[in-house]
Ligand binder design. Structure first.
Ligand code: C2O
Ligand code: CU
Ligand code: CU
Length: 520
């Protein structure tokens, strides 16, 4: 079977239709708890396209590309098995974990290897996710399909669902990613040097591994928890009905629910960011979710950086294609139409509304006890600079990543303000910190197009009101973040803990825009 047949079979059903998988899999139970997972297998299912997937082994059956659920306090204890031809890790993005369980790439699992991963979920309810993090291979593996969702629930989450009187099927957890499709063929990860500088963009959106996805929902409230799992593409998410924008309510962000909902017509969602939203579909027949056109502020041009990872030389790519190789002619082998420009309009998915009208309770006015953050005026400020240099590309404080560095040294329990300034000659960088959620205090220098959405005090967006683990910094923008480096008291967290701070444009991450953060 060739690539064309692969795409024709439909990406959703590729596991069974394609016939290659090592494991037979069945449908997922409605809420697959992380506590049920005995093994998590990471496998490649097609060497032509490089397509990969996660398979959760529950002992009695296997589930491909599982959406995992966890009650706060629940435990994950599973063997992660690497059936890829490359090293991998499983990083649980957004979770508060001891460094040894963080899957950050310090101790990758070699091809054919396995590792026991166990932890307790300590986070607030919200949408988290898991993906590979082996330095130098992260972008390729995530693009190839390795991005799993983890929905965490708690009492606030229960109260919200009850308050919305959600009909069965009206709560969805969704991951978007853009892929490159040419003539009905899914293209493997094969970025040119130019793609490695700006990020690998596709031309079609996958929603939960499906092209042209749509879901049937019942009239009433619909709750959507949405992840942008794209390597590099930022989205300006909106809902449309007959070309008119349809308002929705922001309920939460990366690290859980806001104190109170905010009504919006559009929201930026960059790589690795999440939003939790409610939308009233009563009396509607169909809504279309799109990424609206916007100015992506790509201002950096020039010599592309070199992405030479010593480890890369030792392992084959997932598909038979060269990765980040400069051909001397940047765009050889990659046509412009395969790479819809960032900021171009992109259809995402559709909701079809079917069923009898239900009575609609009012949106709960209070969602959680999350307080506005105040920071002691004497809190130490750490200044970080996001730089662009024609020779080296994008870096944090001019320093390319070195896995053995201490990086930023932080004392346990410290409260700090981080001032992050992006260069004017640059592009947007979604900056992510492992291990700790943070709060956005203030933004300055935001470009006009985005500033229109800065509805909150301090020049902030509505999404800045929540707990974040990934935050976009536009070119020329300065952000002030409040961080609290208290760690839960438990044996596994003793001793120095090494986490990471990096750009979640995955080409930038693999391209060294990453630093360690060591908590002592
Ligand atoms: Cu989502 Cu360091 O990763
Ligand atoms: Cu992370
Ligand atoms: Cu970046």
């Amino acid at each position: 079977m060739n690539r064309r047949a692969f795409l024709a079979a439909g990406i959703a059903s590729l596991g069974t239709a394609y016939g290659l998988p090592a494991l037979k899999t069945g449908p997922a139970p409605s809420r697959l708890s992380i506590a049920q997972v005995r093994r998590l297998v990471v496998e490649r299912i097609d060497p032509l396209t490089g397509r990969c997937r996660y398979v959760a082994d529950l002992g009695t059956r296997q589930v491909a590309q599982p959406v995992l659920w966890a009650r706060r306090g629940e435990r994950f204890d599973a063997l992660v098995e690497n059936a890829l031809p490359q090293p991998t890790t499983v990083h649980f993005h957004g979770l508060t974990l001891p460094a040894a369980q963080d899957g950050a790439g310090f101790d990758p699992i070699p091809p054919g290897g396995r590792k026991r991963v166990r932890f307790e979920v300590k986070n607030r309810s919200g949408l988290y996710w898991f993906h590979p993090h082996p330095h130098g291979f992260t972008a390729e593996q995530v693009y190839s399909g390795l991005a799993g969702l983890l929905v965490v629930t708690d009492e606030d989450d229960d109260a919200l669902d009850a308050g919305l009187a959600l009909a069965q099927g009206n709560r969805l957890a969704l991951a978007f990613a853009d892929i490159r499709v040419e003539g009905g063929v899914l293209l493997p990860y094969a970025p040119s040097a130019e793609d490695c500088l700006h990020g690998w963009l596709g031309n079609r959106a996958l929603a939960n591994d499906r092209l042209d996805a749509s879901w049937v929902v019942a009239p009433g409230w619909v709750r959507l928890q949405i992840l942008n799992a794209s390597n590099a593409r930022g989205l300006l998410l909106a809902f449309r009905e007959n070309e008119k924008l349809f308002p929705f309510h922001l309920l939460g962000t990366d690290g859980g629910l806001l104190a109170a909902p905010r009504e919006l017509e559009r929201v930026f969602l960059h790589s690795a960011e999440r939003v939790d939203i409610a939308i009233d579909v009563s009396g509607r027949r169909a809504l279309e979710a799109v990424s609206l056109a916007f100015d992506p502020r790509h201002h950096a041009h020039g010599a592309a950086p070199r992405h030479r990872h010593p480890a890369r030389e030792r392992y084959a790519p997932l598909a038979a294609a060269a990765v980040c190789q400069s051909t001397g002619n940047d765009d050889a082998g990659s046509k412009v139409q395969d790479r819809l420009a960032e900021g171009a309009e992109l259809p995402l998915f559709a909701l079809r509304v079917e069923g009898a009208a239900a009575s609609l309770p009012p949106l709960p006015a209070r969602l959680s006890g999350l307080a506005e953050l105040s920071v002691a005026p004497d809190a130490p400020t750490r200044r970080l600079r996001l730089d662009f240099d024609e020779g080296t590309g994008f870096l944090i404080d001019q320093t390319p990543y070195a896995s053995d560095e201490t990086g930023f040294g932080v004392s346990r329990g410290a409260r700090e303000v981080w001032e992050i300034k992006n260069s004017p000659i640059s592009m947007p960088h979604p900056m992510h910190l492992h291990g700790f959620g943070f709060r956005v205090l203030r933004r300055q220098g935001t470009y006009g197009g985005a500033r229109q959405l800065a509805s909150e005090p301090g020049g902030r967006f509505a999404t800045d009101l929540g707990v974040k683990d990934t935050v976009l910094v536009w070119p020329n923008e300065t952000l002030w973040l409040a961080l609290d480096f208290s760690l839960p008291r438990e044996a596994a967290f003793r001793g120095p803990q090494r986490f990471m701070f990096h750009c979640h444009n995955l080409e930038h991450e693999d391209g060294m825009m990453m630093r360690n953060v060591t908590v002592v």
